[in-house]
Design a protein around this ligand. Sequence first.
Ligand code: 0X9
Ligand code: ZN
Length: 294
Amino acid sequence: TKYDFGHFPRYYEIIEYMKILVQNRRYSQIIEIGTSSKNKVIYAMKIEKSSKNPVFILDAGFHAREWAAHVAALYIIKKLVHYEEKYADMMTFIIIPCVNPDGYEYSHTTDRFWRKTRSDNKRSSCKGVDLNRNFDTHWKEISNENRECAETYPGPKPFSEPESIALRDTILMYQPYAYITLHSFGSLIMYPWGFTKDLPKNWQVLHQIALKAAQSANNGTNYTVGSSARVLYIAFGGSDDWAMEKAGVPIVYTVELPEFNGKLFVMPQEEIRPMVRETYKILKHMIFNIYDEY
Ligand code: 0X9
Ligand code: ZN
């Protein structure tokens, strides 16, 4: 039976559902962008009519336990594929619903609060790297969380993980006009930089697009808008900063989805449908406003 957003899907369910969605579609196809350290294929939905259109890349699931992000990305995939004629006229979409499948499965089977990948570390029995500290931008500049067992271990070197390499190569290959990465939680729409409280040159454009999108939230979420170092904290080696600083992507956001009643990462499954609908609405506003800027 077809996935209906009534529960949090396992990795195979995400992929099975994507396969159902692309049946009889003209512009939508499933592509492989890499392989995890435990040999799971990392898939993306690509929706493209013309290779001349600006590219929009959306990902989710850098952090294993942030299950709201995976389901939100899957719902966005469902909607974009359903309305592929309309969307593909504007832009090419690459949507990766689960960048870290090893960690995601581990958070289902063994440790609900697992954050990192599941790769082996040379000098420690603690496993995994924080993918959002593993990008080659101000990598490991300052941190007291540099040991293997830390939740935010940045890895032995930038791009030590096949998952961050997969994301890097996808961004370098498609040279997107916009890149958005979904996380949870905090109800934040953040733009770079994350490594400094300074703001990027185009911060006012980024701020306006985010504000308009935040106002469209209709499930009671109050989104806060700002640069990630200012509204959250300073952190190095993030995919957002890398995309803007090193890959030259002009429009970049990290979205932290809402938390539910003090439940932190554990969202009640009845909340999935209202949350994913709200998130799609916000993303739709962002897509149209980003397209207007192009
Ligand atoms: O710390 C992170 O990686 C993100 N927050 S989370 O709670 N989902 O782990 C925020 C990343 C913001 N971007 C940068 N600091 N570059
Ligand atoms: Zn996260």
